[in-house]
Design a protein around this ligand. Structure first.
Ligand code: CP
Length: 402
């Protein structure tokens, strides 16, 4: 795909780009994890919580569906996806947005040599929002520039949401990961009052605080090629007193990107790079130190024959969870995974799924609420949700949820 017309825009520093993708405090396109500032994350997590609570009843669900029932969305997913595609579709359905999709460009007029850029502009003629995943890095970013150019020329332009671009960014995964981390560290399990669970944990772990600050996050697996780790680490780098331990096989293609490492250190993050889940940090096993463990699979779809042969020499057992390894983790430490997991390599075997710390299915469900929150924010309809919540419960969400 030829994106050279956008090269001068692509080559700029990220802060210049993000300024173009928002209007005051509201995102107009969601392309980079760096757009998810801490105040915005707090806001989106709160909106997600309101949507989740309202969705519990039929009446609440019916009211939510009225919020954006005048909108249409195109889901243009030309790279495989289960969770991102379906959770965006479910998020649209929650808010009443009508969806259409193109998942196979061979059934679109791209087989007649229509360019993907022309396809995007056509979608913008029929739909109010384009959610896209492509195997071409920077394609979603270029689509957002195209929409901005159209807007500047007073032509029809719609928001672009990046559902994963090549191997470089997955901002909405970072959003749902943060919503999951936020919920977990508020100890809001439904069988407990949040504070009682927290106080119980505090008796055993005296340093434990509420929220994502003051935590050690361990990431394990294919950290070099996984876009989810890159996006989540970028976002977590904004929180206070954060330590990140990156556990990856000894092959530079699978290890933490040096630019990301320097960026995190520049933000004050304590960064450790380790070669096994059994490694130690400051003399203590990393699994005992971690407040949260983020597992990933080795992304074999990016292998060349040369890389595949090299990886054959690696002992991947150091990057797989076992019941014994989980038994060393803190009682409250969530095990996250963006999924899919690899059913053959089994970096998380299914016998861990019933452990209360295994949060990956709840994490995937949270994607639906977090993405609905983002859609509402981009559509500038959050005020309508606030009114709806107050009408429904008789008190504002601030009074009842905080
Ligand atoms: N986590 C994630 O992006 O999953 P899918 O590839 O199934 O969308």
């Amino acid at each position: 795909m030829d994106l050279s017309a956008f090269q001068w825009q692509l080559d700029r520093p990220i802060r210049m780009k993000t300024a173009e993708f928002q209007k005051e405090d509201r995102l107009t396109h969601c392309i980079f994890a760096a757009q998810l500032t801490r105040p915005l994350l707090d806001k989106l997590c709160f909106i997600a919580e309101m949507i989740r609570v309202l969705s519990r009843t039929k009446e609440g669900s019916n009211k939510l569906r009225e919020l954006l029932s005048h909108k249409r969305a195109m889901l243009y997913f030309t790279q495989p996806s289960t969770r991102t595609f379906l959770s965006f579709m479910a998020a649209c359905q929650i808010l009443g947005i009508t969806c259409n999709d193109v998942r196979d460009p061979s059934v679109s007029s791209e087989v007649k040599k229509e360019s993907p850029m022309d396809s995007i502009r056509m979608f913008s003629s029929y739909f109010d929002l384009i959610i896209m995943r492509s195997n071409v890095s920077k394609f979603a970013e270029c689509c957002a520039y195209q929409m901005n150019d159209l807007a500047q020329n007073s032509m029809r332009s719609v928001p672009i949401i990046n559902g994963g671009a090549g191997s470089d960014e997955h901002p909405t995964q970072a959003l749902l990961d943060m919503y999951t981390i936020e919920r977990t560290f508020q100890f809001d399990h439904k069988e407990n009052s949040p504070r009682s669970r927290y106080m119980e944990m505090r008796r055993k772990y005296s340093d434990l605080t509420l929220g994502p600050d003051n935590k050690t996050y361990a990431f394990c697996g294919d950290l070099g090629r996984g876009r989810t780790v890159r996006s989540l680490a970028t976002v977590l780098g904004q929180y206070k007193n954060v330590t990140m331990c990156f556990i990856a096989p000894e092959d530079e293609t699978l290890q933490l990107d040096p630019d990301l490492r320097d960026n995190l250190i520049g933000k004050g993050v304590n960064v450790y790079e380790l070669d096994s889940l059994d490694a130690t940090v400051n003399g203590k096993p990393v699994l005992e130190e971690a407040d949260c463990l983020y597992m990933t699979r080795i992304q074999k779809e990016h292998d060349t024959p040369e890389l595949a042969a090299r990886y054959q020499q690696l002992d991947l057992s150091h990057y797989k969870l076992t019941l014994d390894r989980v038994s060393h983790m803190k009682d409250y430490a969530p095990i996250l995974h963006p999924f899919p997991r690899d059913s053959e390599e089994a970096e998380i075997p299914t016998d861990i799924d019933n452990d209360p710390r295994a949060m990956y299915f709840r994490q995937a469900r949270n994607g639906m609420w977090a993405r609905a929150a983002l859609l509402l924010h981009i559509a500038d309809a959050v005020d309508h949700l606030n009114v709806l919540y107050k009408e429904f419960y008789g008190v504002s969400a601030e009074e009842s949820l905080q």
